[in-house]
Design a protein around this ligand. Structure first.
Ligand code: MTE
Length: 584
């Protein structure tokens, strides 16, 4: 046990922790108060907190991910820091004094729960982190309300290192009154179905229970997976306008009514899948950053709206534009604390292709889009990763460049298992567009008892990106030693009269549900491992294990899906088995 005495009282460190890197900050925090010169203070802080605050105030997940990762890497194991004795008497500052510290020259101060923090050095060390300055001279709480993840013990611990004073009681009271008036940015989020398995409440991210997913070919909107990065914006349909920019003719502005009346309504059945679907399996190999999605961050719906191609043509697009334009950028109306909107882009060729089927959709499953799924308008880019299907669409831009958004540039990219957070260069990898072939078992659930009638029934989904049709699903009941062909079900039952059941080649946007019923394997023990793998029309298939495709963001997780279940035999069969065993 190492006892460090400083003006704060006694800081007690565990024996292992005392050896680790993390001792430096603890010592540094004492040094900050003991050292007499500013230079010494600077040194002691700089030595320990190099990148740690990078995510504190930034409005994007990227900075958050980098910052927290870096801190975690430095912090090999959590530390128990206990302060004993009288709390320090920090100087008291008024709000006006805090507000006068908003620049690097004057110092950058923020407040949090009555504490005053001088984060000048942190800002100076992160020159690109201009979002941090949004909170300068004011309170952190409104920014952190947007990203509940900041409100964690270790982030608070980091912040405490920068404490320089207390806010005056009077100003603190004013601040608290203001914050109770300013509403929670998520307060107007819609109600959600209780069956959803919630991965994060604010922002809301949830997936349907696997048992329900393959019950219907079309996923009911209420349980369709929901992936929001920000609060759901409230958009008034009557005053809503879509802007189409970037073409020589100038901006085309369209109301919702115009989108519905000026362009033919086109309906597409398409599966959306989040790039992070099945991330939890990568997490089991080695921790990754991101929401811990299981195997149901995927769903299938019918979408109706105007074709993006038709709208672009109305805005003045002609094949001539293909000489300079390469991408179609989408901007959402959901914004972070700094006003930055969600954004993404897709290749121009996909957007304008007659058989690309890209929609500006205003209906999902025959109803106006639900709030969580982009009301009143979203991009539906069939065959393409969920992230590019921008919801609450405000602007479409024809451009020579990809979207500059964080989610296009610094997220939703794949890397080698050899790449870690110290070596990753997001510029080196292309943004994910089409997703690889995927399948999963949705029934029976992990740990269920099967086989009491001598048979096993397994069900699931299979899908591939880029319009490649799933042509086969192989299922194994013995961990992959032997295989059976699954029965595939497309949308035949849902397809109305006069419409083609099978999609044209290259336009298989929707998943297939699969099912296998087979006798319990003769040599089955007490457990079975059910495995599935799909093959698409390009004969792509899934890798057998996760480790070789592991990547630091846990995206593109499409190894053979495995579910372990218990074998439950009926009594007669069990007796026969016992007898056989004795005779042998
Ligand atoms: N569009 C906006 N404006 N904001 C978002 O947070 N999330 C994206 C995409 N479009 C998102 C967005 C991601 S990552 C996914 S996977 C899909 O929406 C999820 O769509 P869903 O919630 O309708 O299932």
């Amino acid at each position: 046990m190492l006892l460090v005495r400083c003006c704060l009282g006694l800081t007690r460190l565990g024996p292992v922790q005392a050896q680790r890197h993390r001792v430096a900050p603890a010592l540094a925090s004492c040094a900050v108060r003991l050292c007499s010169t500013r230079e010494e203070q600077r040194w002691s802080r700089r030595a320990s907190w190099k990148h740690a605050l990078a995510g504190l105030l930034a409005g994007t997940g990227a900075v958050l991910v980098y910052g927290l990762h870096q801190h975690k890497a430095e912090q090999a194991e959590p530390i128990a820091v206990q302060t004993i004795g009288k709390p320090p008497a920090f100087p008291v500052y008024t709000q006006d004094e805090v507000t006068s510290h908003r620049t690097l020259e004057d110092g950058v101060w923020v407040t949090y729960k009555g504490g005053v923090y001088d984060i000048t050095e942190f800002v100076a060390m992160h020159p690109g982190g201009d979002k941090i300055l949004l909170a300068a001279g004011g309170a952190l709480e409104p920014f952190w309300a947007l990203y509940a993840v900041h409100n964690s013990e270790h982030v608070l611990e980091i912040l405490s290192e920068y404490k320089v004073g207390e806010l005056s009681a009077e100003d603190l009271k004013k601040q608290q009154q203001q914050s109770s008036q300013s509403s929670d940015p998520y307060a107007s989020d819609p109600e959600r179905h209780p069956a959803l398995r919630v991965n994060s409440l604010k922002p809301f991210n949830a997936e349907p229970p696997p048992e329900l997913l393959a019950d219907s070919y079309i996923t009911p909107s209420a349980i369709f997976f929901k992936r929001n990065h920000l609060p759901v914006p409230q958009v008034d349909a009557a005053s809503y306008r879509l802007q189409v920019d970037g073409l020589p003719g100038g901006t085309l502005t369209l109301s919702l009514d115009e989108l519905k009346s000026r362009f033919p309504k086109h309906t597409v059945t398409a599966t959306l899948q989040c790039a992070g679907n099945r991330r939890s399996e990568m997490n089991r190999v080695k921790p990754v950053k991101g929401l811990n999605w299981n195997a149901t961050a995927i769903s299938n719906a019918t979408w109706s709206g105007a074709r993006l191609r038709d709208v672009l043509l109305a805005a003045g697009y002609s094949p001539d534009a293909a000489r300079w334009a390469r991408h179609i950028q989408f901007e959402g109306l959901d914004r972070d604390a700094s006003g930055t909107t969600y954004g993404a882009s897709i290749p121009l060729s996909k957007a304008v292709a007659e058989d690309g089927d890209v929609l500006l959709a205003y209906e999902m499953n025959g109803e106006p889009l639900p709030a969580d799924h982009g009301f009143p308008l979203r991009a539906v880019v069939p065959g393409t990763v969920g992230a590019r299907n921008v919801k609450w669409l405000g602007r479409v831009v024809v451009s020579g460049q990809e979207s500059s958004s964080h989610w296009q540039q610094n997220d939703y990219k794949g890397f080698s298992p050899a790449t870690d957070w110290d070596t990753v260069d997001f510029r080196s990898a292309p943004a994910i567009q089409e997703l690889p072939v995927q399948s999963a078992v949705t029934w029976p659930p992990e740990g269920a008892a099967v086989g009491d009638d001598g048979q096993v029934t397994a069900r699931g989904y299979a899908w591939s990106g880029g319009g490649r049709e799933v042509v086969r699903v192989d299922v194994s009941l013995d961990g992959g030693r032997t295989w059976q062909l699954a029965r595939l079900r497309g949308g035949e039952e849902e397809v109305g009269e006069g419409r083609e059941a099978a999609p044209p080649p290259g336009r298989a946007w929707a998943w297939k549900l699969w099912e296998v019923t087979a006798p319990l394997p003769a040599d089955a023990g007490d457990e079975l491992e059910i495995v599935c793998k799909a093959v698409d029309s390009s004969y792509n298939t899934q890798p057998d294990t996760v480790a070789p495709i592991w990547n630091l963001r846990g995206v593109l997780s499409n190894a053979w899906h495995r579910v372990r279940v218990k074998v439950q035999r009926d009594e007669e069969e069990e007796e026969d088995q016992d007898r056989d065993g004795q005779e042998q």
